[in-house]
Design a protein around this ligand. Structure first.
Ligand code: BES
Ligand code: MN
Ligand code: ZN
Length: 494
């Protein structure tokens, strides 16, 4: 599907050219096109038919003058302002247009897109990631839906660069997009289909595909081990819980292990602290953290870095029945800590508690947990940034850098002994799962932090970022697959 070519023209292809605002006449590819068209391209620019404005797509039909089918110009704006993420979004918009126009063969003049701060390889990676994520369409369960998706079947980069390296960069971008799209797919699936058992099966298949070790703990094993927190959340359900574990070993020894712990609540009714009729729809997405972790594992499986990665996903739905857990219940977590349940809707932190402890038992030396944990985070940061807590500034910084680079920005919230004191406040148990409405996104993270103990830990609350209210340049309305890229990049660059 991917090829690298040195010459500009191919009769059968649509040529894609980037245009920066400044010095149009010094942009080599523009010069060449202008010459071949006897100045016509330049005339179109002067008359405004071709624009250099950021993200503007101009189509140009060469009517036989150029030995290509047609040219799409993509405006890039000011060269100095073109960051990684801005370039990715511009390509996302372009690929959506290309998909709508049913174009299946294209050549991209790589050099015309490259700002001074990015290498050819980085640009290639950005291009294929944008293509994979922007053109992705969510599965449909409509009875008579006809498959209308056209996918690009031949993409050529025009470049003098090293062929092998550029092809590898393209594959890397694809590996990221596959991870993101798998995460989106999982979040999209309704909870009657994506049960904990279904998610476990998905993880086992992923392990088979990429050579991970998979371990699925069943309810009986959880009872033996004492995973009382996850079991409490599952108590009202007719679906058995699963503790899903994947191990990717890229080093000789199982040391220096980074763990990802993802909240895998397949449906959150709130339990007896029941959600409202408007608060409940959408709660099929309460396994967005698990999806991000599985998405990252997909990318890691494809790229095989020399790192050790552990994925831990405590999974169940949060239901109501005669056997469900209740406010006032006191439960015992895997760590031995007892918890007073004040709110059954604060279930994610309970499931995560046992996931965190289990990750430590499996030799994690640093832990990133990802969760759609609190509605308060949606209020605080909206859908634009993921909220974070940490007990290790250095560790946090590296995770935040990956988020920044991959276009998944992260904002840190405060965490100190005052907040810790709130989750430790109980007259009957060691901890309580819902101290107060005040600062509740922090309380949620702080509760999970109790189970990190001294292990360096970053908490990522994606309640606001895991779904998009509208279609955007890099994907459809709905699940975003957020943090899949960040987790994978963190592993690949550390
Ligand atoms: N899954 C929800 C958080 C959530 C809310 C995610 C909206 C996405 C959108 C979580 O389990 C929850 O119910 N949190 C409570 C915590 C409260 C009981 C302390 C919340 O946010 O209200
Ligand atoms: Mn809840
Ligand atoms: Zn929840």
């Amino acid at each position: 599907m991917f090829t690298i070519r040195k010459t500009l023209f191919d009769q059968d292809h649509t040529l894609i050219v980037g245009l920066f605002d400044e010095d149009l006449h010094h942009q080599l590819i523009f010069q060449s096109l202008n010459k071949h068209s006897s100045g016509q391209v330049d005339t179109y620019v002067k008359e405004g038919d071709i624009s250099t404005e950021y993200k503007h797509v101009s189509k140009y039909l060469s009517s036989g003058q150029l030995p290509v089918k047609r040219v799409y110009f993509l405006g890039l704006g000011k060269k100095g302002q073109l960051t990684r993420i801005r370039l990715k979004k511009a390509f996302g918009k372009l690929f959506k247009q290309i998909q709508a126009d049913k174009i299946v063969q294209l050549s991209i003049a790589l050099e015309s897109f490259r700002p001074d701060n990015l290498s050819n390889e980085e640009c290639a990676e950005i291009i294929s990631e944008a293509m994979g994520t922007a053109t992705y369409q969510l599965a449909s369960f409509k009875r008579n839906q006809v498959q209308t998706i056209t996918s690009i079947d031949s993409l050529t980069l025009i470049s003098d660069g090293d062929e092998g390296i550029l092809l590898r960069s393209l594959e890397k971008g694809i590996a990221f997009s596959k991870g993101v799209n798998k995460a989106r797919h999982l979040v999209h699936l309704p909870a009657n289909i994506l049960t904990s058992a279904h998610m476990a099966k998905y993880a086992v298949d992923l392990a088979d595909e990429y050579g991970f070790t998979a371990e699925i703990l069943e309810k009986e094993q959880m009872e033996e081990l004492g995973m009382g927190a996850l079991l409490a959340v599952n108590q009202g359900s007719s679906e058995p819980p699963k503790m899903i574990v994947l191990k990717y070993q890229g080093l000789e020894e199982w040391t220096d292990v980074t763990a990802f712990v993802g909240k895998g609540i397949t449906y959150d009714t709130g339990g007896y602290s029941i959600k409202s009729k408007t608060g409940m729809p959408g709660m099929k997405g309460d396994m967005g953290g698990a999806a991000a972790v599985l998405g990252a594992m997909e990318t890691i499986g494809r790229l095989k870095p020399k790192q050790n990665v552990l994925a831990v996903i405590p999974s169940t739905d949060n239901m109501i029945s005669g056997s469900a857990f209740k406010p006032d219940d006191v439960i015992t977590s895997l760590s031995g800590r007892t918890i007073e349940v004040l709110n059954t809707d604060a279930e994610g932190r309970l499931a995560l508690a046992d996931g965190m402890t289990y990750a430590k038992q499996l030799h994690a030396v640093r832990i990133i947990n990802v969760a759609t944990l609190t509605g308060g985070m949606v209020t605080a940061l909206g859908s634009w940034m993921t909220g974070a807590l940490t007990n290790s500034e250095d560790f946090f910084k590296t995770v935040q850098d990956s988020g920044e680079k991959m276009g998944e920005p992260i904002w840190q919230l405060p965490y100190n002994e005052d907040y810790q004191a709130q989750v430790r406040k109980s007259s009957i148990a060691d901890l309580n799962n819902s101290p107060t409405r005040k600062a509740h996104p922090i309380m949620g993270g702080a509760f999970v932090g109790e189970f990190a103990e001294d292990t360096p830990w970053v908490h990522l609350d994606i309640a606001g970022t895991s779904t998009a209210e509208a279609a955007h340049d890099l994907g459809p309305k709905g699940p975003t697959g957020v943090m899949s890229r960040t987790l994978a990049d963190y592993i690949l660059t550390r």
